[in-house]
Write a protein that binds this ligand. Structure first.
Ligand code: AHR
Length: 515
């Protein structure tokens, strides 16, 4: 059956916040050290300590925002350890990730510099679990208080002494990370009390900040309901909250590179559960946030496979195939379709950790299939999301031998379940006279015929496409780093219709010009 996609350029949802295409970079394994930072004295070409090849690659992937320094690491991070002369910074133990020694060589100034080099905004996650409200308040002052001159504040003067007389202008501030777990094991009510206290002291110094509260683990609606109930219940309405951040890892099925066709589909199905999360979390928020002022954020998401054999289990290093690219593409399509509520999302993580965009080995680096999805999807950033009607058959598959893991529910021996996912999924956006469509074909070995019909009288003058596809295990290695890369894709167009033949296991991006 041919898939039919129908849309009308006048039927808009909202502007797609570029921050939906955000990243996350934690002091974990080889993400920061080795991944982005090698130090000024390294033989690997670098710009003030940051790898030149990574900066160039990230500029193509266009991350608008990068969350830092964690993750779990954030609630044990004391920002004052990461300022001043590098050789005098304290050496701390990274208690969450392998108890390795953290030399603090990448601190506030370095990370902001890195963001500027790649064209991204920094998003700092504050320490609630083992920190103080004063620490967070002072961090904001260090970064943002404008006057660093003789009449300025001591923290601003300190920033100037560290190399930045001008404010670093950090807009996005998270109040803790996973405070239901590694960030302090709070109940929603207790975290809410802490959030109110901490956020009371996060001041803009003349600039509007964006303050983010810790949301649920996966789609835990109870956390959301109890947090907002508490936020709204006590004495005074609390306004210093702009975003509420859930985390959703869809986990694995098989391993990163070894899986059956059934496991291929099973992981795609788990990835698609992001849509339930968005719908149910936004409903839970809207009950309390009647003015719809608070944005939904997913500031950690992605696949989570068993680590690559022979690597440190605490470093979460995994390969990344066309299956991960499909998870990424489907997830970004979901965020685009909910652009009226989702204001930021940060895939975990930028380099060498979990569903990475880039992998490095010594001086070598490669862009993963997931990384290429970000490059292909970049035109959606800041465009207006369009409502898309997609009529497509389901792919049915059997789910057998599901083992009990933290991510999956158990089946009894020999028991099977049916699963299903849509064959084709997608999203569309409009910027001026350019209409942009991204679609996936989730079938492991069959092509999908797609007809796209444009309603409302707009006429297509030209269309061009790119496609990322491969055998379901296809991935890039250091020996063959360009095995999976976007290729030119033929699009047949008539004034009000496009015809696409999507290869099996593929992600396509189609740029359409209207008259
Ligand atoms: O991304 C890895 C870890 O996953 C983060 O540190 C934590 O927030 C989450 O549990």
């Amino acid at each position: 059956m041919t898939t039919r996609i129908t849309l009308n350029p006048a039927d808009t949802i909202a502007t797609i916040n570029p921050n939906i295409y955000g990243h996350f970079a934690e002091h974990l394994g080889r993400c920061i050290y080795d991944g982005i930072w090698v130090g000024e004295d390294s033989a690997i070409p670098n710009m003030g300590g940051f790898r030149t090849d990574i900066i160039e690659a990230l500029r193509c992937l266009k991350p608008p925002i990068i969350r830092w320094p964690g993750g779990c690491f954030a609630d044990d991070y004391h920002w004052q350890d990461g300022i001043g002369p590098r050789d005098q910074r304290p050496r701390r133990i990274n208690i969450h990730w392998g108890e390795v020694v953290e030399n603090n060589h990448v601190g506030t100034q370095e990370f902001v510099r890195f963001c500027r080099l790649v064209g991204a905004e920094p998003y700092f996650c504050g320490n609630v679990g083992s920190g103080t409200a004063r620490e967070l308040r002072d961090w904001v002052e260090y970064c943002n208080f404008p006057d660093a001159g003789p009449s300025g504040s001591t923290w601003a003067q300190r920033r100037a002494a560290d190399g930045s007389p001008e404010p670093l202008n950090v807009t996005y501030w998270g109040v803790g990370n996973e405070n239901w777990g590694c960030g302090g094991n709070f109940s929603p009510e207790d975290y809410c009390t802490e959030f109110r206290r901490y956020a009371s002291f996060v001041r803009g110094f003349g600039k509007k900040l964006f303050v983010i509260a810790c949301g649920p683990s996966s789609n835990d609606v109870e956390w959301t309901d109890r947090f907002f109930r508490k936020l709204n219940k006590d004495y005074w309405v609390f306004n210093n909250i702009d975003g509420f951040a859930a985390h959703y890892y869809c986990g694995t099925a098989g391993t990163a590179t070894e899986y059956t066709e059934e496991e291929f589909y099973r992981l795609l199905e788990k990835g698609l559960e992001m849509e339930d999360l968005v719908i149910q979390q936004r409903a839970a928020m809207d009950v309390w946030d009647l003015g719809r002022k608070i944005g939904l954020i997913v500031d950690e998401w992605g696949t989570w496979h068993p680590v690559e054999k022979g690597t440190n289990p605490a470093f979460l290093y995994q390969q990344n195939t066309i299956r991960d690219a499909l998870v990424a593409a489907n997830t970004l399509n979901i965020f685009n379709r909910h652009a009226d509520k989702v204001v930021m999302a940060n895939i975990a993580q930028t380099i060498n950790v979990l569903q990475a965009m880039i992998l490095t080995e010594g001086e070598q680096m490669l862009v993963t299939p997931t990384g290429y999805v970000y490059e292909m999807y970049a035109p959606h950033q800041g465009a207006t999301a369009l409502r898309t009607r997609i009529e497509t058959p389901d792919i049915h598959f059997k789910k057998s031998n599901i083992l009990q893991t933290s991510w999956q529910s158990a089946l009894q021996q020999g028991e099977t379940m049916e699963g299903s996912i849509p064959l084709v999924a997608g999203s569309a956006s409009l910027k001026g006279k350019e209409f942009f469509l991204t679609v996936t074909n989730s079938h492991a070995h069959e092509a999908a015929e797609v007809t796209v019909t444009l309603l409302g009288g707009a006429r297509i003058t030209q269309a061009k496409g790119q496609v990322l596809n491969g055998e379901i295990h296809a991935h890039n290695t250091f020996a063959d780093p360009r095995q999976v890369t976007p290729q030119a894709f033929d699009v047949a167009c008539q004034p009000d219709q496009l015809n696409l033949a999507l290869p099996p296991a593929s992600v396509a991006a189609i740029q359409v010009y209207l008259d």
